[in-house]
Design a protein around this ligand. Structure first.
Ligand SMILES: Cc1cc2nc3c(=O)[nH]c(=O)nc-3n(C[C@H](O)[C@H](O)[C@H](O)COP(=O)(O)OP(=O)(O)OC[C@H]3O[C@@H](n4cnc5c(N)ncnc54)[C@H](O)[C@@H]3O)c2cc1C
Length: 478
C-alpha cells in the first residue's frame, strides 16, 4: 500500500512546510492522491490501489463517499429510496465492479405507476399537453440513435477524440431543438427530457453536443431496450459506495478539502484540512487525480497556472438539487410535471427555462415525493428550496393539489441534496476556438490528471469507463 514510503520528503517536497514532531499535521506519501470520492474518484481509487498496487489517498469533502448518490432510508421500515442517482447503465464492466463488493444487482424497477399531470408551475395552469404515444417516442429515439451514432467517439466517454475546429460536424453545434426538427425526431423529446435531458435546463436551446452528454447514445440504447439499467437489490445505490468506503478504510480523508498545493512535473504536495477537527495533513504524491467539478471554488487551492485557470474559467454549469418532501396534500397517484402552457396541445420542443422546479414525483413511500430542481449557474441551495416552496404554493393556491380550498403549508423536507454545478459546457464560439483541445492539454500536465463530469459525461458507469482509459496514463512512469 505504501510503495512510496522510501521516497524522502526532501526528494519530493523541497517546499513542503516544515513539520516538527509537535506539529499538528501528518505527512502522507502516496503514489496517487485523488480529490473527490464520488463516482469517478472512488472508482479510480479502488482500481489504482487494489488492482494496480498503488498507494493512494482519497480526499472527500463529505463524511461519506458517493457524491450524487442519495439514498434515503426510512427509519421506521428500513426501506430505501434513491432520490439522487436512479440506476446504473450496464456499460462494459459495470456489473463486475458491483460483483467485487458482493453487491447483487437487478434490473427490476420498483417505481410505482403514476399519472403524469402537466402543470405550468409558474401559474398553476393545467397544461393539456398530449405527448406522442410511447411507441412513437421509442421509434423516434431509435432513429435519433442512428443519426448520432457516427459522433459517439468524439464525445464519449471523454473528449480525447474531439475533432479539430474545422472538422466539428455542424449538427453538434446547433441548438438541440433545431437539430431534432432537422431530423424529424420531435416525437422522442418527452422521454429524452424527463429522464435526463432536463439536467441542462431548456434543452431545446442548448447546443446539441451538450445535450448529447445529458441524453445521448447509452440513454437512447437504454430507452430502446438495447442496454440494461440496474440497481443494487438492497441498501440502495449508496450500498456500493459504503462498500468502497469499507474497502478503502483509512486511505480516505473524510470531511476534508485541499487548502494549498504545490504541483510540479514530478510530484504534487497538498495541504489538506479536516473541517471538523481542524487537523492538517500534508500529502506528497507522484500523481494527482482531480475528480471534482473544476469550478473556481474547487480549483482555487490548486496553484493553477494562468493557462489552467483561463481554460477552466470558461466552463459554465447547471446547478441541480433533489430532495424528498412529505406533504399529504399531494396525490400519491401523480407525477406533477412542469411544462410551460405553450406546450399544449402537442408542442414537444417547449420547456421551462431554468431555474425551475422540474417535478414532484411520488416515491411509493408513504407521502414522500421526490423534487427535482434545475438551477442556473448561480442558483444556491436556499434559492432552490425557496423555488420549490413557491411552486408548491402556486400548485396549492390554484387547486392543483387538494382540488379546492386555498391553504398555506410549508413543504416538509425529509431530505435535500445539493448536487452543485454539473453539466459543464462552454459557448459554441469557445468550442470552435478549440476549447476541448485546450482542456485536454491539462491532462497529465504538472503531474495532474482530471476526471469527472466536466472532462467526460454525467453518468456513473460511463465515468468508470473514462477512468479505465485514464488509469494507464496515470500509471505511466509510476
Ligand atoms: C439528481 C441526479 C440524478 C442522477 N441520476 C443518475 C443516474 O440515474 N445514473 C447515472 O449514471 N448518473 C446519474 N446522475 C449523474 C451522476 O451521478 C454524475 O454524473 C456523477 O456522480 C458525477 O461523478 P463525479 O465523480 O464527476 O462527481 P460526484 O459523483 O459528484 O463526486 C464528487 C465528489 O467530490 C466531493 N467533493 C466536491 N468538492 C470537493 C472538494 N473541493 N474537495 C473534496 N471533495 C469534494 C463531493 O462531495 C463528491 O463526493 C445523476 C445526477 C443527479 C444530480
Amino acid at each position: 500500500m505504501f510503495s512510496l514510503a522510501c521516497i524522502s520528503v526532501g526528494l519530493l517536497g523541497a517546499s513542503l512546510p516544515v513539520v516538527t514532531a509537535n506539529s499538528p499535521s501528518d505527512i502522507l506519501h502516496r503514489d496517487v492522491v485523488v480529490i473527490g470520492g464520488g463516482a469517478s474518484g472512488a472508482y479510480a481509487a479502488v482500481r489504482l490501489r487494489d488492482d494496480f498496487n498503488k498507494s493512494i489517498a482519497l480526499i472527500e469533502k463529505q463524511d461519506i463517499l458517493g457524491g450524487m448518490v442519495d439514498t434515503y432510508v426510512d427509519n421506521k421500515t428500513g426501506a430505501t429510496y434513491d432520490f439522487g442517482v436512479q440506476s446504473f447503465l450496464n456499460v462494459s464492466k459495470a456489473k463486475e465492479f458491483f460483483d467485487r463488493f458482493n453487491i447483487s444487482v437487478s434490473s427490476n424497477s420498483s417505481s410505482p405507476t403514476l399519472i403524469t399531470e402537466y402543470i405550468d408551475f409558474n401559474t398553476g395552469a393545467e397544461v393539456a399537453f398530449q405527448p406522442p404515444s410511447l411507441t412513437a417516442q421509442i421509434t423516434a429515439i431509435a432513429k435519433f440513435l442512428d443519426v448520432i451514432e457516427p459522433w459517439e467517439s468524439m464525445l464519449q466517454p471523454g473528449y480525447w477524440n474531439f475533432p479539430a475546429p474545422e472538422n466539428i460536424p455542424d449538427d453538434l453545434l446547433i441548438p438541440f431543438g433545431e437539430f431534432l426538427t432537422k431530423y424529424g425526431l420531435e416525437d422522442g423529446t418527452p422521454l429524452m427530457y424527463s429522464t435526463t435531458g432536463l439536467g441542462v435546463g431548456n434543452m431545446s436551446e442548448v447546443a446539441t453536443m451538450f445535450v448529447l452528454q445529458s441524453f445521448g447514445w447509452d440513454m437512447a440504447r437504454a430507452m430502446t431496450g438495447q442496454m440494461g439499467l440496474f440497481t443494487p437489490t438492497s441498501g440502495g445505490n449508496q450500498a456500493l459506495y459504503n462498500a468502497i468506503a469499507k474497502d478503502l478504510g483509512e486511505d480516505v480523508l473524510y470531511s476534508s478539502t485541499v487548502t494549498n498545493s504545490h504541483r510540479t512535473n514530478s510530484s504534487v504536495q497538498l495541504t489538506v484540512r479536516n473541517h471538523k477537527t481542524g487537523k492538517l495533513t500534508q500529502i506528497v504524491a507522484r500523481r494527482l487525480l482531480v475528480a471534482i467539478e473544476p469550478t473556481d471554488d474547487n480549483v482555487t487551492p490548486l496553484d493553477l497556472s494562468p493557462f489552467e485557470r483561463d481554460t477552466l474559467a470558461k466552463l459554465t454549469y447547471s446547478n441541480e438539487f433533489t430532495g424528498l418532501v412529505d406533504n399529504s396534500i399531494f396525490n400519491t397517484s401523480y407525477y406533477y410535471f412542469n411544462l410551460p402552457s405553450s406546450a399544449a396541445p402537442n408542442h414537444t420542443l417547449v420547456f421551462q427555462d431554468e431555474p425551475m422546479v422540474a417535478s414532484f414525483q411520488y416515491t411509493g413511500l408513504e407521502h414522500l415525493f421526490r423534487v427535482m430542481i434545475i438551477g442556473n449557474k448561480t442558483t444556491t441551495s436556499s434559492e432552490a428550496k425557496f423555488l420549490a416552496q413557491t411552486s408548491f404554493d402556486t400548485l396549492l393556491n390554484t387547486g392543483r393539489l387538494s382540488g379546492t380550498e386555498l391553504q398555506t403549508q410549508k413543504l416538509n423536507w425529509a431530505a435535500f441534496s445539493t448536487h452543485g454545478p454539473m453539466h459543464a459546457r462552454v459557448s459554441v464560439d469557445e468550442v470552435k476556438n478549440g476549447f476541448f483541445q485546450d482542456l485536454y492539454k491539462l491532462q497529465g500536465a504538472r503531474s495532474t490528471w482530471w476526471t469527472g463530469g466536466a472532462f467526460s459525461v454525467n453518468f456513473q458507469t460511463k465515468l468508470w469507463e473514462f477512468d479505465e482509459g485514464l488509469i494507464p496514463k496515470i500509471l505511466e512512469g509510476l
